[in-house]
Design a protein around this ligand. Structure first.
Ligand code: EPZ
Length: 432
Protein backbone atom coordinates (compact mmCIF):
# COMPACT_ATOMS: atom_id res chain seq x y z
CA UNK A 1 0.00 0.00 0.00
CA UNK A 2 1.33 3.41 -1.00
CA UNK A 3 2.06 6.24 1.37
CA UNK A 4 2.12 10.01 0.91
CA UNK A 5 5.06 12.15 2.04
CA UNK A 6 4.13 15.76 2.72
CA UNK A 7 6.38 18.64 3.77
CA UNK A 8 4.07 21.20 5.30
CA UNK A 9 3.98 24.98 5.18
CA UNK A 10 3.63 25.57 1.45
CA UNK A 11 1.04 28.04 0.14
CA UNK A 12 -1.27 26.86 -2.63
CA UNK A 13 -2.16 28.75 -5.79
CA UNK A 14 -3.65 28.16 -9.22
CA UNK A 15 -6.60 26.06 -10.37
CA UNK A 16 -7.81 22.52 -9.81
CA UNK A 17 -10.51 20.66 -11.79
CA UNK A 18 -12.94 18.72 -9.65
CA UNK A 19 -13.78 15.19 -10.85
CA UNK A 20 -17.16 13.53 -11.24
CA UNK A 21 -18.94 12.56 -8.01
CA UNK A 22 -18.14 9.10 -6.60
CA UNK A 23 -21.47 8.99 -4.76
CA UNK A 24 -23.42 9.78 -7.92
CA UNK A 25 -21.40 7.49 -10.19
CA UNK A 26 -21.79 4.36 -8.02
CA UNK A 27 -25.63 4.25 -7.95
CA UNK A 28 -25.77 5.28 -11.63
CA UNK A 29 -23.48 2.38 -12.58
CA UNK A 30 -25.79 0.06 -10.59
CA UNK A 31 -28.82 1.53 -12.39
CA UNK A 32 -27.36 0.39 -15.74
CA UNK A 33 -28.53 -3.11 -14.74
CA UNK A 34 -32.12 -1.95 -15.24
CA UNK A 35 -31.86 -1.75 -19.02
CA UNK A 36 -30.59 -3.67 -22.05
CA UNK A 37 -29.94 -0.35 -23.77
CA UNK A 38 -26.48 1.09 -24.29
CA UNK A 39 -25.42 3.70 -21.72
CA UNK A 40 -22.55 6.19 -22.08
CA UNK A 41 -21.36 7.94 -18.91
CA UNK A 42 -19.12 11.04 -19.00
CA UNK A 43 -16.95 12.47 -16.20
CA UNK A 44 -16.67 9.06 -14.54
CA UNK A 45 -14.02 9.54 -11.82
CA UNK A 46 -10.92 7.29 -11.78
CA UNK A 47 -11.41 5.87 -8.27
CA UNK A 48 -10.92 2.42 -6.79
CA UNK A 49 -14.57 2.29 -5.67
CA UNK A 50 -15.65 2.96 -9.26
CA UNK A 51 -13.22 0.28 -10.44
CA UNK A 52 -14.82 -2.22 -8.04
CA UNK A 53 -18.32 -1.31 -9.20
CA UNK A 54 -17.26 -1.82 -12.82
CA UNK A 55 -15.80 -5.21 -11.85
CA UNK A 56 -19.08 -6.05 -10.11
CA UNK A 57 -21.04 -5.29 -13.29
CA UNK A 58 -18.60 -7.31 -15.42
CA UNK A 59 -18.93 -10.30 -13.07
CA UNK A 60 -22.67 -10.07 -13.68
CA UNK A 61 -22.09 -10.37 -17.42
CA UNK A 62 -22.39 -6.67 -18.25
CA UNK A 63 -20.21 -5.21 -21.04
CA UNK A 64 -18.16 -2.30 -19.66
CA UNK A 65 -15.58 -0.54 -21.82
CA UNK A 66 -13.97 2.88 -22.13
CA UNK A 67 -14.31 4.87 -25.34
CA UNK A 68 -13.40 8.40 -26.50
CA UNK A 69 -16.97 9.45 -25.69
CA UNK A 70 -16.89 8.08 -22.15
CA UNK A 71 -17.58 4.84 -20.27
CA UNK A 72 -19.90 2.55 -22.26
CA UNK A 73 -22.09 0.02 -20.41
CA UNK A 74 -24.46 -2.54 -21.91
CA UNK A 75 -26.35 -4.98 -19.68
CA UNK A 76 -27.89 -7.01 -22.52
CA UNK A 77 -27.65 -10.23 -20.53
CA UNK A 78 -27.09 -10.74 -16.80
CA UNK A 79 -25.42 -13.86 -15.42
CA UNK A 80 -25.57 -15.19 -11.88
CA UNK A 81 -27.78 -14.34 -8.94
CA UNK A 82 -26.06 -11.24 -7.70
CA UNK A 83 -22.75 -9.49 -7.03
CA UNK A 84 -20.01 -11.83 -5.75
CA UNK A 85 -19.15 -11.85 -2.05
CA UNK A 86 -15.53 -10.81 -2.61
CA UNK A 87 -16.64 -7.55 -4.20
CA UNK A 88 -19.56 -6.77 -1.88
CA UNK A 89 -17.27 -7.35 1.11
CA UNK A 90 -14.75 -4.87 -0.31
CA UNK A 91 -17.24 -2.21 -1.26
CA UNK A 92 -20.59 -1.71 0.47
CA UNK A 93 -21.95 0.29 -2.44
CA UNK A 94 -22.22 -3.00 -4.41
CA UNK A 95 -25.44 -3.41 -2.40
CA UNK A 96 -26.87 -0.67 -4.61
CA UNK A 97 -27.19 -3.32 -7.35
CA UNK A 98 -29.92 -5.07 -5.31
CA UNK A 99 -32.79 -2.78 -6.33
CA UNK A 100 -31.88 -2.85 -10.02
CA UNK A 101 -31.40 -6.64 -10.13
CA UNK A 102 -34.68 -7.18 -8.29
CA UNK A 103 -36.52 -4.96 -10.79
CA UNK A 104 -34.78 -6.50 -13.81
CA UNK A 105 -34.89 -10.18 -12.89
CA UNK A 106 -37.32 -10.53 -10.00
CA UNK A 107 -34.60 -12.05 -7.83
CA UNK A 108 -31.23 -11.20 -6.29
CA UNK A 109 -28.94 -13.09 -3.91
CA UNK A 110 -26.42 -10.83 -2.26
CA UNK A 111 -24.19 -11.02 0.76
CA UNK A 112 -24.99 -8.72 3.64
CA UNK A 113 -22.71 -5.69 3.21
CA UNK A 114 -20.50 -5.57 6.27
CA UNK A 115 -20.29 -2.48 8.40
CA UNK A 116 -17.17 -0.45 8.01
CA UNK A 117 -14.88 1.60 10.19
CA UNK A 118 -17.32 4.52 10.47
CA UNK A 119 -20.27 2.54 11.71
CA UNK A 120 -22.60 -0.46 11.66
CA UNK A 121 -24.36 0.78 8.53
CA UNK A 122 -27.46 -1.42 8.60
CA UNK A 123 -29.69 -2.03 5.56
CA UNK A 124 -33.02 -2.40 7.37
CA UNK A 125 -34.57 0.55 5.50
CA UNK A 126 -33.57 -0.93 2.13
CA UNK A 127 -35.22 -4.26 3.09
CA UNK A 128 -38.31 -2.54 4.55
CA UNK A 129 -38.81 -0.81 1.19
CA UNK A 130 -38.29 -3.98 -0.87
CA UNK A 131 -40.88 -5.78 1.30
CA UNK A 132 -43.31 -2.88 0.83
CA UNK A 133 -42.95 -3.35 -2.94
CA UNK A 134 -43.96 -6.99 -2.53
CA UNK A 135 -40.61 -8.75 -2.32
CA UNK A 136 -39.99 -11.79 -0.13
CA UNK A 137 -36.68 -11.74 1.77
CA UNK A 138 -34.83 -14.72 3.23
CA UNK A 139 -31.57 -14.47 5.11
CA UNK A 140 -29.25 -17.50 5.29
CA UNK A 141 -25.56 -17.75 6.21
CA UNK A 142 -24.73 -14.10 5.61
CA UNK A 143 -26.57 -13.94 2.31
CA UNK A 144 -29.98 -12.48 1.64
CA UNK A 145 -32.24 -13.63 -1.14
CA UNK A 146 -34.79 -11.04 -2.32
CA UNK A 147 -37.42 -12.09 -4.81
CA UNK A 148 -40.71 -10.99 -6.26
CA UNK A 149 -42.78 -12.23 -9.19
CA UNK A 150 -43.94 -8.69 -9.77
CA UNK A 151 -43.04 -5.56 -7.81
CA UNK A 152 -46.06 -3.39 -7.07
CA UNK A 153 -45.91 0.35 -6.37
CA UNK A 154 -46.49 1.33 -2.73
CA UNK A 155 -46.14 4.23 -0.31
CA UNK A 156 -42.88 3.80 1.68
CA UNK A 157 -41.85 5.86 4.71
CA UNK A 158 -38.11 5.95 5.49
CA UNK A 159 -37.51 6.23 9.24
CA UNK A 160 -34.24 7.97 8.35
CA UNK A 161 -33.55 9.78 5.02
CA UNK A 162 -31.05 7.12 3.99
CA UNK A 163 -29.22 7.97 0.75
CA UNK A 164 -28.63 4.36 -0.24
CA UNK A 165 -32.13 3.19 0.66
CA UNK A 166 -33.67 6.08 -1.32
CA UNK A 167 -31.52 5.15 -4.33
CA UNK A 168 -32.12 1.40 -4.12
CA UNK A 169 -35.89 1.90 -3.84
CA UNK A 170 -36.04 4.43 -6.70
CA UNK A 171 -34.33 1.83 -8.90
CA UNK A 172 -36.61 -1.01 -7.79
CA UNK A 173 -39.75 1.15 -8.18
CA UNK A 174 -38.75 2.37 -11.66
CA UNK A 175 -40.00 -0.89 -13.16
CA UNK A 176 -42.66 -1.83 -10.60
CA UNK A 177 -46.34 -1.98 -11.51
CA UNK A 178 -48.04 1.24 -10.52
CA UNK A 179 -46.90 4.22 -8.46
CA UNK A 180 -44.44 4.30 -5.56
CA UNK A 181 -44.11 7.24 -3.18
CA UNK A 182 -40.98 7.40 -1.02
CA UNK A 183 -41.57 9.63 2.01
CA UNK A 184 -38.80 11.18 4.10
CA UNK A 185 -36.50 10.49 1.15
CA UNK A 186 -32.86 11.63 1.08
CA UNK A 187 -32.45 14.97 -0.74
CA UNK A 188 -28.74 14.74 -1.63
CA UNK A 189 -27.63 16.00 -5.10
CA UNK A 190 -26.44 12.47 -5.89
CA UNK A 191 -30.02 11.21 -5.45
CA UNK A 192 -31.16 13.88 -7.93
CA UNK A 193 -28.43 12.87 -10.40
CA UNK A 194 -29.58 9.24 -10.21
CA UNK A 195 -33.22 10.31 -10.77
CA UNK A 196 -32.16 12.37 -13.79
CA UNK A 197 -30.28 9.37 -15.17
CA UNK A 198 -33.28 7.05 -14.61
CA UNK A 199 -35.53 9.54 -16.41
CA UNK A 200 -33.02 9.70 -19.28
CA UNK A 201 -33.46 5.92 -19.59
CA UNK A 202 -37.23 6.44 -19.82
CA UNK A 203 -38.27 6.13 -16.17
CA UNK A 204 -40.84 8.45 -14.57
CA UNK A 205 -39.32 9.83 -11.35
CA UNK A 206 -40.43 13.15 -9.88
CA UNK A 207 -39.68 15.03 -6.65
CA UNK A 208 -36.03 13.99 -6.34
CA UNK A 209 -34.24 16.57 -4.18
CA UNK A 210 -37.29 16.87 -1.93
CA UNK A 211 -38.54 14.61 0.89
CA UNK A 212 -41.27 13.11 -1.31
CA UNK A 213 -40.19 11.15 -4.40
CA UNK A 214 -42.83 9.70 -6.75
CA UNK A 215 -41.97 6.89 -9.16
CA UNK A 216 -44.40 5.65 -11.82
CA UNK A 217 -43.21 2.23 -12.93
CA UNK A 218 -42.61 1.64 -16.64
CA UNK A 219 -42.26 -1.61 -18.55
CA UNK A 220 -39.30 -0.69 -20.69
CA UNK A 221 -36.14 1.36 -20.27
CA UNK A 222 -33.74 2.30 -23.05
CA UNK A 223 -30.21 3.66 -23.30
CA UNK A 224 -28.87 7.15 -22.47
CA UNK A 225 -25.84 9.44 -22.43
CA UNK A 226 -25.28 11.05 -19.02
CA UNK A 227 -22.65 13.29 -17.44
CA UNK A 228 -21.93 12.65 -13.78
CA UNK A 229 -22.30 15.74 -11.54
CA UNK A 230 -19.16 17.20 -9.95
CA UNK A 231 -18.00 15.78 -6.63
CA UNK A 232 -19.11 18.23 -3.94
CA UNK A 233 -17.03 16.46 -1.28
CA UNK A 234 -13.83 16.63 -3.32
CA UNK A 235 -14.61 20.33 -3.95
CA UNK A 236 -15.20 20.94 -0.24
CA UNK A 237 -11.95 19.15 0.60
CA UNK A 238 -9.96 21.47 -1.68
CA UNK A 239 -11.78 24.49 -0.21
CA UNK A 240 -10.57 23.40 3.22
CA UNK A 241 -7.06 22.91 1.78
CA UNK A 242 -7.12 26.62 0.87
CA UNK A 243 -8.37 27.47 4.37
CA UNK A 244 -5.74 25.48 6.30
CA UNK A 245 -2.85 26.76 4.17
CA UNK A 246 -4.11 30.38 4.07
CA UNK A 247 -4.21 30.31 0.27
CA UNK A 248 -6.32 31.53 -2.66
CA UNK A 249 -7.19 28.89 -5.28
CA UNK A 250 -9.77 28.47 -8.04
CA UNK A 251 -11.87 25.32 -8.38
CA UNK A 252 -13.26 24.32 -11.80
CA UNK A 253 -16.27 22.04 -12.38
CA UNK A 254 -18.11 22.88 -9.15
CA UNK A 255 -21.86 23.33 -8.54
CA UNK A 256 -21.72 25.84 -5.66
CA UNK A 257 -25.42 25.26 -4.98
CA UNK A 258 -24.49 21.75 -3.74
CA UNK A 259 -22.11 23.25 -1.19
CA UNK A 260 -24.31 25.80 0.57
CA UNK A 261 -23.73 24.44 4.09
CA UNK A 262 -20.00 23.95 3.51
CA UNK A 263 -19.56 27.44 2.04
CA UNK A 264 -21.62 29.00 4.84
CA UNK A 265 -19.45 27.40 7.55
CA UNK A 266 -16.22 28.31 5.75
CA UNK A 267 -17.38 31.94 5.51
CA UNK A 268 -18.26 31.83 9.22
CA UNK A 269 -14.65 30.77 9.86
CA UNK A 270 -13.38 33.70 7.78
CA UNK A 271 -13.03 32.40 4.23
CA UNK A 272 -14.24 34.25 1.16
CA UNK A 273 -15.91 32.16 -1.59
CA UNK A 274 -17.27 33.60 -4.82
CA UNK A 275 -17.86 32.88 -8.49
CA UNK A 276 -14.79 33.73 -10.57
CA UNK A 277 -15.26 35.73 -13.77
CA UNK A 278 -14.44 32.68 -15.93
CA UNK A 279 -16.91 30.31 -14.23
CA UNK A 280 -14.61 28.82 -11.62
CA UNK A 281 -15.06 29.25 -7.87
CA UNK A 282 -12.51 31.47 -6.11
CA UNK A 283 -11.73 30.37 -2.54
CA UNK A 284 -9.74 32.79 -0.38
CA UNK A 285 -8.65 31.09 2.84
CA UNK A 286 -6.10 33.73 3.87
CA UNK A 287 -8.00 34.74 7.01
CA UNK A 288 -9.76 31.56 8.02
CA UNK A 289 -9.08 31.23 11.75
CA UNK A 290 -12.34 31.81 13.56
CA UNK A 291 -13.63 28.92 15.73
CA UNK A 292 -17.07 27.59 14.71
CA UNK A 293 -19.53 24.89 15.81
CA UNK A 294 -20.73 22.21 13.36
CA UNK A 295 -23.52 19.64 13.48
CA UNK A 296 -23.64 17.05 10.68
CA UNK A 297 -27.11 16.46 9.25
CA UNK A 298 -28.76 14.93 6.17
CA UNK A 299 -28.65 17.21 3.10
CA UNK A 300 -29.11 20.17 2.89
CA UNK A 301 -27.53 20.19 6.37
CA UNK A 302 -23.77 20.08 6.89
CA UNK A 303 -22.46 16.87 5.26
CA UNK A 304 -20.89 14.17 7.43
CA UNK A 305 -18.42 13.55 4.58
CA UNK A 306 -16.87 16.99 5.29
CA UNK A 307 -16.63 16.62 9.08
CA UNK A 308 -13.06 15.30 9.29
CA UNK A 309 -11.73 17.94 6.90
CA UNK A 310 -13.26 20.81 8.88
CA UNK A 311 -11.85 19.36 12.09
CA UNK A 312 -8.32 19.86 10.74
CA UNK A 313 -9.06 23.53 10.06
CA UNK A 314 -10.54 23.97 13.56
CA UNK A 315 -7.50 22.45 15.31
CA UNK A 316 -5.70 25.70 14.37
CA UNK A 317 -8.58 28.14 15.03
CA UNK A 318 -8.20 31.05 17.47
CA UNK A 319 -10.49 29.57 20.08
CA UNK A 320 -12.65 26.53 20.88
CA UNK A 321 -15.00 24.71 18.48
CA UNK A 322 -17.44 21.83 18.80
CA UNK A 323 -18.28 19.28 16.09
CA UNK A 324 -21.28 16.99 16.62
CA UNK A 325 -21.53 13.93 14.34
CA UNK A 326 -25.17 12.95 14.00
CA UNK A 327 -25.02 10.56 11.03
CA UNK A 328 -22.48 7.82 11.80
CA UNK A 329 -21.67 6.43 15.22
CA UNK A 330 -17.92 6.04 14.75
CA UNK A 331 -16.65 8.80 12.54
CA UNK A 332 -14.01 10.37 14.82
CA UNK A 333 -11.12 7.99 14.12
CA UNK A 334 -9.04 10.83 12.69
CA UNK A 335 -9.05 12.47 16.16
CA UNK A 336 -6.34 10.26 17.65
CA UNK A 337 -4.08 10.78 14.63
CA UNK A 338 -4.60 14.56 14.71
CA UNK A 339 -3.85 14.63 18.44
CA UNK A 340 -0.58 12.80 17.74
CA UNK A 341 0.24 15.72 15.42
CA UNK A 342 -0.27 18.16 18.31
CA UNK A 343 -3.99 18.93 18.06
CA UNK A 344 -6.06 19.30 21.22
CA UNK A 345 -9.33 17.41 20.66
CA UNK A 346 -11.50 15.65 23.24
CA UNK A 347 -14.33 13.34 22.18
CA UNK A 348 -17.39 12.86 24.38
CA UNK A 349 -20.09 10.73 22.76
CA UNK A 350 -21.14 12.23 19.45
CA UNK A 351 -19.26 15.49 20.03
CA UNK A 352 -15.62 16.50 19.55
CA UNK A 353 -14.38 19.51 21.56
CA UNK A 354 -11.51 21.21 19.74
CA UNK A 355 -9.19 23.73 21.40
CA UNK A 356 -7.23 25.70 18.83
CA UNK A 357 -3.42 25.27 18.99
CA UNK A 358 -0.58 27.27 17.43
CA UNK A 359 0.62 24.59 15.08
CA UNK A 360 0.58 20.91 14.12
CA UNK A 361 3.74 18.83 13.93
CA UNK A 362 4.47 16.49 11.01
CA UNK A 363 4.29 12.80 11.99
CA UNK A 364 3.67 9.35 10.49
CA UNK A 365 -0.11 8.82 10.62
CA UNK A 366 -2.47 6.12 9.32
CA UNK A 367 -5.64 6.49 7.26
CA UNK A 368 -8.53 4.57 8.78
CA UNK A 369 -11.23 5.49 6.28
CA UNK A 370 -11.71 7.64 3.21
CA UNK A 371 -12.48 11.06 4.70
CA UNK A 372 -10.26 10.59 7.76
CA UNK A 373 -7.41 9.88 5.35
CA UNK A 374 -8.16 13.05 3.41
CA UNK A 375 -8.14 15.04 6.66
CA UNK A 376 -4.65 13.72 7.49
CA UNK A 377 -3.42 14.92 4.09
CA UNK A 378 -4.84 18.38 4.87
CA UNK A 379 -3.10 18.29 8.27
CA UNK A 380 0.18 17.42 6.56
CA UNK A 381 -0.15 20.45 4.27
CA UNK A 382 -0.07 22.79 7.25
CA UNK A 383 2.00 20.83 9.81
CA UNK A 384 5.59 21.79 10.54
CA UNK A 385 8.04 19.30 9.00
CA UNK A 386 7.25 16.03 7.27
CA UNK A 387 4.05 14.00 7.55
CA UNK A 388 3.77 10.42 6.28
CA UNK A 389 0.21 9.31 5.54
CA UNK A 390 0.01 5.51 5.44
CA UNK A 391 -2.64 3.28 3.82
CA UNK A 392 -3.43 5.72 1.05
CA UNK A 393 -5.69 3.05 -0.49
CA UNK A 394 -8.50 4.40 1.70
CA UNK A 395 -8.04 7.85 0.17
CA UNK A 396 -7.83 6.52 -3.40
CA UNK A 397 -11.34 5.11 -2.97
CA UNK A 398 -12.81 8.62 -3.14
CA UNK A 399 -10.16 11.02 -4.46
CA UNK A 400 -8.81 10.96 -7.99
CA UNK A 401 -5.00 11.51 -7.85
CA UNK A 402 -5.20 13.77 -4.79
CA UNK A 403 -1.40 14.02 -4.57
CA UNK A 404 -1.03 15.11 -8.20
CA UNK A 405 -3.79 17.70 -7.88
CA UNK A 406 -2.30 19.15 -4.68
CA UNK A 407 1.24 19.14 -6.13
CA UNK A 408 -0.02 21.12 -9.13
CA UNK A 409 -1.33 23.71 -6.65
CA UNK A 410 2.12 24.00 -5.06
CA UNK A 411 2.00 21.46 -2.23
CA UNK A 412 5.16 19.50 -1.44
CA UNK A 413 3.49 16.06 -1.59
CA UNK A 414 4.73 12.81 -3.16
CA UNK A 415 3.45 9.24 -3.34
CA UNK A 416 5.85 6.37 -2.59
CA UNK A 417 5.32 2.66 -2.80
CA UNK A 418 5.72 0.84 0.52
CA UNK A 419 8.69 -1.57 0.77
CA UNK A 420 6.56 -4.71 0.96
CA UNK A 421 4.73 -3.69 -2.18
CA UNK A 422 8.02 -3.39 -4.01
CA UNK A 423 9.23 -6.78 -2.66
CA UNK A 424 5.91 -8.38 -3.58
CA UNK A 425 6.14 -6.89 -7.04
CA UNK A 426 9.75 -8.03 -7.56
CA UNK A 427 8.88 -11.54 -6.34
CA UNK A 428 6.09 -11.89 -8.85
CA UNK A 429 8.24 -10.28 -11.52
CA UNK A 430 11.00 -12.90 -11.09
CA UNK A 431 10.18 -15.98 -13.27
CA UNK A 432 9.79 -19.14 -11.12
C1 EPZ B 1 -24.02 7.44 1.48
O1 EPZ B 1 -23.84 6.29 2.29
C2 EPZ B 1 -22.63 7.84 1.00
N1 EPZ B 1 -22.07 6.75 0.22
C3 EPZ B 1 -21.73 8.13 2.21
O2 EPZ B 1 -20.47 8.57 1.71
C4 EPZ B 1 -22.37 9.27 3.02
O3 EPZ B 1 -21.58 9.53 4.16
C5 EPZ B 1 -23.79 8.86 3.44
O4 EPZ B 1 -24.57 8.52 2.26
C6 EPZ B 1 -24.50 9.97 4.20
O5 EPZ B 1 -24.56 11.11 3.40
C7 EPZ B 1 -22.47 6.58 -1.07
O6 EPZ B 1 -23.31 7.31 -1.57
C8 EPZ B 1 -21.82 5.46 -1.83
P1 EPZ B 1 -27.11 6.39 4.55
P2 EPZ B 1 -25.14 5.43 2.76
O7 EPZ B 1 -27.86 5.18 4.17
O8 EPZ B 1 -26.14 5.42 1.68
C9 EPZ B 1 -28.49 4.77 8.76
C10 EPZ B 1 -18.14 8.71 1.60
O9 EPZ B 1 -17.27 9.05 2.41
N2 EPZ B 1 -29.18 3.72 8.00
O10 EPZ B 1 -27.66 7.74 4.26
O11 EPZ B 1 -24.66 4.12 3.28
C11 EPZ B 1 -26.97 4.52 8.77
O12 EPZ B 1 -26.64 3.64 9.82
C12 EPZ B 1 -19.29 7.82 2.04
O13 EPZ B 1 -18.17 9.06 0.39
C13 EPZ B 1 -30.04 2.85 8.69
O14 EPZ B 1 -30.21 2.96 9.89
O15 EPZ B 1 -25.64 6.34 3.96
C14 EPZ B 1 -26.39 5.89 8.99
O16 EPZ B 1 -26.38 6.16 10.37
C15 EPZ B 1 -19.19 7.44 3.51
N3 EPZ B 1 -30.68 1.88 7.99
C16 EPZ B 1 -27.40 6.81 8.31
O17 EPZ B 1 -28.59 6.02 8.08
C17 EPZ B 1 -30.51 1.72 6.63
O18 EPZ B 1 -31.14 0.82 6.04
C18 EPZ B 1 -26.92 7.35 6.98
O19 EPZ B 1 -26.77 6.26 6.13
C19 EPZ B 1 -29.64 2.60 5.96
C20 EPZ B 1 -28.98 3.60 6.66
Amino acid sequence: MDKLLINGGKKLSGRVKISGAKNACLPILAACLLTKGEVCLKDVPLLSDVHFMKKTLERLGVQVYSSDDGLKIKAEVIHGEGPPFDLVSRMRASFLTAGALLARRGRVRISLPGGCSIGRRPIDLHLKGFRALGAKIEETCGYICIQSKELKGERIYLDFPSVGATENLMMAASRAKGITVIENAAEEPEVVDLANFLNALGAKVSGAGTKIIRVEGVKHLGGAVHTIIPDRVEAGTFMVAAAVTGSRIILDNVILDHLKAVAAKLKEAGACIKEHSDGGILVNGENCSRPIDIKTLPYPGFPTDMQAQFMVMLTLAEGNSVITENIFENRFMHVSELNRMGANIRVEGASAFIQGVQRLQGFPVRSTDLRAGASLVLAGLVARGRTEVLEVNHIDRGYCRIDEKLRKLGADIHRVKMEEDIEAETETAVPR
